[in-house]
Design a protein around this ligand. Structure first.
Ligand SMILES: Nc1ncnc2c1ncn2[C@@H]1O[C@H](COP(=O)(O)OP(=O)(O)OP(=O)(O)O)[C@@H](O)[C@H]1O
Length: 488
């Protein structure tokens, strides 16, 4: 019952009070309280909910009100750092051990664990760190004192996506259930098909019959989804620039909006957005081109120095002039929680449906209308297929044809094929196609929030006009026109 404290074995948790006092939020979003209660009652929990739903709160709040320490397994450093910064700002004793943690801090954290009664409420670690004997030894000490409260796995779909190939430590996360069978596990994800869900549950060694599963819609009704068609013959840069400039002009020329912006000391040109490209070199070139056209744009990729990455990210988060648009590889994605991102553009077709939807999910986290555009060409489609084929050949050589490797390959192919079908489709609502892919039960709402619903005839016309013909693409393929280009 909302408002009433939750009780278990003589314990009482003041959930609403903690929500207000520690997290500064007025009320729970629908279902958050139920998930938190299930976690506190000691169940294994599988939470699947849309990007920006507020999944982190579902393991952070129990960690604060409950006894003991919560180990949070998170795939990316940037993701951990974001969450840690906001928890620290709320005065919570939180820590992380990763490849960049200084030795003295690492020792202090391990000492805290060694005493068996840690003061740290949440400890963020990578799957790789969980595989280390020394860390496991410390966890056993905590567990012996009955202080290991729960294991939280954030972005749990990565277990399935990455665990079977380039980050095998994800697969070793079954250690927790084997070693600490009485410690509950909560896993969270925004993007998991039913196959990925089953895989995650099986890898973590959870009993599907006993899990409390919360599978909410993946739908984000405030996002406007649109596919823009292009071909190699015609550069799509002018199309994007014209769109962005028209957005700036609309803000500047609308007297009410313009007055609002002046009052809040905001710029008409501050329309924060992210452009995703597949290659590092493109991020630099595109950001430079936008800058030369007067758009505040900065690149972001794994090859930049930490100082550059921090500067670009911080400037963008703070809405600083010159930092309005981030042109990034997928190194910039999960965990980015800037509320006023008004657009996410995919400069080419991404590698997977899941990646596409995760990245698009950075837009509109304040609930306001925002646009997600994907520039699709059949030439890029063929390049993506070729790259995937080459990557898979390499993988299979590495694993010498193991059955698991074949399965992983098949899943990747299916995901890319589904994304291609999404792009080629001019006869269905985009929201519907997305929710079908993720197996949502409920119909995804769409109020003119996609190119199909906005103008289906125009959509078809744009596709016919914008794409290269299949005959042309087939000739290109046969003549070997597309080279292999390693993804960044
Ligand atoms: N009950 C609430 N009331 C208001 N804001 C909330 C509430 N719960 C969470 N939020 C805010 O919603 C935002 C998104 O939360 P969070 O980063 O946990 O999303 P997420 O579900 O993990 O999304 P993603 O999968 O995209 O990372 C955060 O800024 C968080 O502070």
């Amino acid at each position: 019952m909302p408002g009433l404290p939750v009780k278990r074995l003589g314990q009482t948790w003041e959930l609403e009070l903690t929500l207000r006092k520690v997290f500064g939020k007025n009320s729970f979003r629908p279902t958050q309280r139920e998930v938190i209660e299930a976690a506190l009652e000691g169940h294994d929990v599988f939470l699947q909910a849309a990007t920006s739903f507020g999944k982190s709160l579902c393991f952070q709040l129990p960690a604060i009100v409950d006894h003991g320490i919560t180990i949070v397994i998170s795939p990316l450093l940037a993701l951990m750092n974001n969450q840690i910064a906001s928890l620290r700002a709320a005065g919570i004793n939180v820590a992380t051990i990763n490849s960049t943690t200084p030795f003295s801090i690492k020792t202090a954290i391990l000492d805290d664990l060694k005493c068996g009664h840690p003061q740290i409420r949440l400890l963020y670690v990578t799957p790789e760190y969980c595989a280390l004997d020394n860390f496991r030894k410390h966890l056993r000490m905590v567990h012996e004192q009955r202080e290991l409260a729960r294991i939280a796995v954030d972005e749990a779909h990565c277990i399935s996506e990455w665990g079977h190939d380039f980050r095998p430590s994800f697969k070793q996360l079954d250690y927790f259930r084997k070693e600490f069978p009485d410690v509950p596990i909560i896993c969270c994800t925004a993007t998991a098909t039913s196959r990925v869900r089953e895989d995650v549950i099986s890898v973590l060694g959870m009993d599907p019959a006993k899990i409390k599963s919360f599978t909410m819609t993946t739908s984000r009704p405030n996002l406007h989804f649109e596919v823009r068609f292009k071909c190699d013959e015609e550069n799509h840069y002018p199309d994007f620039l014209a769109w962005l400039r028209s957005t700036h002009e609309r803000r500047a020329n609308n007297p009410v909006r313009s007055q609002e912006l002046t009052q809040r000391a905001e710029r008409a040109t501050n329309v924060p957005g992210i452009i995703y490209t597949l290659y590092r070199k493109d991020t630099e070139a595109l950001a430079a081109r936008l800058q030369s056209d007067g758009i505040g744009a900065k690149p972001y990729h794994a090859g930049l120095t930490n100082e550059q990455k921090d500067d670009h990210l911080q400037g963008w988060v703070a809405n600083r002039e010159g930092y309005d648009v981030i042109v990034a590889t997928t190194a910039f994605g999960m965990g980015i929680d800037k509320e006023n991102v008004r657009f996410v553009v995919h400069w080419q077709i991404p590698k997977s449906f899941e990646g596409f939807y995760q990245e698009a999910g950075r837009a509109g986290r304040d609930g306001k209308a925002s646009i997600c555009m994907l520039y699709y060409s059949r030439e890029d489609r063929d390049r993506a297929a070729l790259n995937m084929q080459r990557d898979m050949e390499k993988e299979q050589q590495k694993h010498q044809g193991a059955a698991r490797s074949h399965q992983v390959t098949a899943n990747k192919v299916k995901s890319l094929q589904a994304l291609i079908a999404y792009c080629e489709n001019t006869g269905s609502c985009r929201h519907k196609l997305i929710s079908q892919y993720f197996g949502d039960i409920a119909e995804a709402p769409c109020e003119w929030a996609c190119d199909f619903h906005k103008d289906r005839k125009l959509l078809k016309k744009r596709k016919d006009k914008g794409l290269a013909s299949e005959e042309w693409c087939s000739t290109q393929r046969q003549t070997g026109a597309y080279g292999y280009d390693e993804y960044d």
